[in-house]
Design a protein around this ligand. Structure first.
Ligand SMILES: NC(=O)c1ccc[n+]([C@@H]2O[C@H](COP(=O)([O-])OP(=O)(O)OC[C@H]3O[C@@H](n4cnc5c(N)ncnc54)[C@H](O)[C@@H]3O)[C@@H](O)[C@H]2O)c1
Length: 540
């Protein structure tokens, strides 16, 4: 008698690897989730995740944007304003501490606008944010500076009369939260947080699954994020390696992830415990593992898989190597050099107001990059698994090759762990079912282009977003609250109540925004109950 062959029957289904979805070109870059060149992007996303926008009315003036911080990330916004959103937005000024980086983008914009030379936009120094907003009649300031500078720049731009679009993390400290909340209260102006991960269809589909009630009320979430030895290492080469500047990875990087959990659950974190350490990068770990003398910087280092050679990438060269003379900013420092004050292994436990618990971990020296999320509910569980890069493949010189398809080892590794994404939903007493993930557009799992539509055309939306993806400064506060509390917990060894941080504003969600994990009465003791506060108290 032959076995039944129902592929959804877990007893008989063939063992399977993650299904590949051809979203990523097979090139290896330093940040596998960064925006891809236009040629590598899907141009049409699925209408269920790509919203519809009305055209701007004829003759409507374009909003005037200035960019503060003309480094790597600014490129996404500059490209959007000169490209897809040029009908509703225009760039009117640059502000940075480094003239070479402003000149780089000015030339790029000149070329994009077909000027036959630089665009010639006015350039301002860090001390001139207010003057720039007034003199250039700036409507919106885009803040893409290092994390610790966000709060001051956001507040100054608001006070000068502009709205703000700010990159994650909103800020790195409790004081930064105060600076921003007070400025918003003073001015009543708009602060858009660009949480692009919300816009990746795999992440918004998980939110839909949770919101649909298919897995019942959420009781816990398990979330593991792995950064690989190319992308993960990159956080240890420049300002991110300094906790004062980046807040450490639990603020800098995990604010994306904590925002996702807050948003998936529509809930508010109330208590945080964290443990972590610098266990792989840094000079002490290198010495302990007998790594021997290291080059001070990656540029010019030969046969070193940890080195980033800025001369190998014209953009990195122009933005950083050729700009060094102005500020000494070294983009390619050795990841095993002294001076690293952030962790590379982190574990966090978060209690939510609605009764769910998050267990979270971040590792920054993984041989592959991606994440796994499990959402447990009273009626089942949802599991999202994403492989952004299945293996880091090195060439004969020990460098990360640009095209792993040219390297047989790379192909073999990808066969075993192909890039892709899979969302499984399994209700109690039922087999697992794969939840289709609609196609997005552009980088960051298909979310960047959709985010940009929402940033530049929000007022032209034809209907409110059922996914609630647009984020403001209060979402930014809720996300950094976890990272800031986690940093404090790692220092004290104690759990930290978010309410005790005194972030300057109530983090509760609007009353009609009921948490998906609310009112869990399973009889088990939640962290919030076990502590000195209850979710309800904090949510008020
Ligand atoms: N959402 C995402 O996926 C994503 C990806 C990358 C970076 N980011 C965020 O974007 C921001 C910028 O990151 P990056 O990689 O472009 O950094 P970067 O170092 O490449 O660029 C930062 C720029 O800010 C300038 N700067 C520093 N201090 C300044 C000040 N006080 N005033 C004006 N300019 C100043 C620097 O000279 C530099 O040009 C960070 O907050 C980062 O977290 C977000």
């Amino acid at each position: 008698m032959t076995e039944p062959t129902d592929p959804t029957d877990p007893r008989t289904a063939e063992p399977r690897t993650l299904e590949p979805r051809t979203l990523e070109p097979r090139t290896l870059d330093q940040n596998p989730t960064a925006p891809r060149p236009a040629s590598a992007r899907a141009t049409q996303g699925d209408p269920s995740v790509v919203p519809a926008f009305a055209p701007p009315s004829p003759g409507r003036p374009r909003r005037r944007y200035a960019v503060v911080g003309t480094g790597h990330r600014a490129g996404m916004y500059v490209g959007a304003v000169t490209g897809d959103h040029a009908d509703v937005a225009e760039l009117v000024a640059w502000c940075d501490t480094n003239p070479a980086r402003m000149a780089y983008y000015d030339a790029e914009v000149g070329a994009a606008l077909g000027r036959g030379g630089p665009a010639g936009l006015p350039r301002y120094g860090a001390q001139d944010v207010e003057r720039m907003v007034v003199d250039e009649r700036v409507d919106v300031v885009v803040v893409t500076t290092p994390d610790a500078t966000h709060a001051g720049i956001v507040a100054r731009a608001l006070d000068a009369g502009a709205d703000v679009v700010v990159e994650k993390p909103l800020t790195t400290t409790v004081e930064g939260c105060h600076t921003i909340t007070r400025a918003v209260a003073r001015t009543g102006r708009d602060v858009v947080m660009t949480f692009n991960y919300r816009y990746a269809p795999r992440n918004s589909t998980l939110r839909e699954v949770v919101a649909s009630g298919r897995i019942g009320r959420v009781t816990s979430v398990h979330f593991e994020w792995a950064l690989d030895t190319v992308h993960g290492a990159d956080y240890f080469r420049r300002w991110h390696r300094d906790k004062k500047t980046s807040g450490g990875l639990l603020v800098h990087k995990s604010s994306h992830h904590f925002d996702l959990v807050n948003w998936w659950l529509r809930d508010v974190p109330v208590r945080v415990y964290a443990s972590g350490g610098l266990r792989f990068y840094g000079d002490a770990n290198a010495t302990e593992r007998g790594l021997g003398p290291r080059p001070e910087r990656g540029t010019g280092a030969v046969g070193d898989p940890w080195a980033l050679d800025l001369t190998h990438d014209p953009r990195l060269r122009a933005l950083y190597l050729d700009a060094e003379e102005h500020d000494g900013y070294r983009r390619d420092q050795d990841v095993f050099a002294p001076g690293i004050t952030i962790e590379d292994n982190m574990s966090v436990l978060v209690d939510y107001a609605g009764g769910a618990t998050l267990t979270y971990s971040l590792n920054a020296h993984s041989p592959w990059e991606g994440y796994r999320v499990t959402v447990n509910g009273t009626e089942g569980r949802a599991e999202l698994e994403v492989v952004e890069r299945g293996a880091v493949v090195l060439d004969d010189d020990g460098r990360a090759v640009l095209d792993p398809s040219a390297t047989p080892e790379g192909v073999a590794a990808e066969e075993t762990r192909p890039s892709g994404e899979r969302l499984l939903v399994q209700r109690h007493w039922e087999p697992a079912r794969e939840q289709p993930i609609p196609a997005g557009v552009g980088g960051h799992g298909g979310g960047d282009a959709i985010l940009l539509m929402d940033v530049f055309r929000r007022d032209l939306r034809e209907a409110p977003d059922p996914l609630g993806r647009a984020a403001g400064y209060r979402d930014g506060l809720r996300a950094v609250a976890v990272g800031i509390a986690a940093n404090r917990s790692m220092t004290t060894g104690q759990p930290v109540r978010v309410a005790d941080l005194g972030l300057g504003e109530d983090l509760a969600l609007p009353p009609d925004d009921a948490p998906h994990g609310a009112a869990v009465t399973t009889g088990t003791t939640t962290g919030a109950e076990a502590g000195t506060t209850t979710g309800a108290e904090v949510a008020r």
